[in-house]
Design a protein around this ligand. Sequence first.
Ligand code: NI
Length: 174
Amino acid sequence: MAIKSILKMGDPELLKVSQRVTDFSSDELHILIKDLFDTMAASDGAGLAAPQIGVLKRVVVFGVENNQRYPDSGSVPPTVLINPEIEVLRNSFQEYWEGCLSIPGLRGLVERPDHIIYRGFDVNGEPIKIEATGFHAIVVQHECDHLDGVLYPMKMKDMSQFGFCEELDAAQSR
Ligand code: NI
């Protein structure tokens, strides 16, 4: 369908709360999902939320297979998740250096629950219920935050752990 331009941090649209999907049979929804996958693939991203392409609907896509930007991530199957809900299963946390297509070139250390169940609906309106840990759990939480207008720097506890990817990589290899 189409590769859309991705809104960047500073655009007030990214801070809005998205609306639930009510009609699963609309062409509009199916075009949106295709556009999200096309745009994510073109940017080599691990996930993308509808508000990032300017559509304030509660729809996210994610998936990682051999992505060089996330070499240690394992693989997460390509997934469409509509009207998601997240339940935290255990009170344990993991830290991960997150990036975001709306915040290009930067990375920050974020702590999130490491064991969740997410529920929602697939492209056909069928219910989804999946348990996730590790990178899979992170990517789902990161994308779902976008639906509530939350970007990962807003979740950071220590802003000294935020920087340009180039500089962070250079520092690490010194
Ligand atoms: Ni993001």
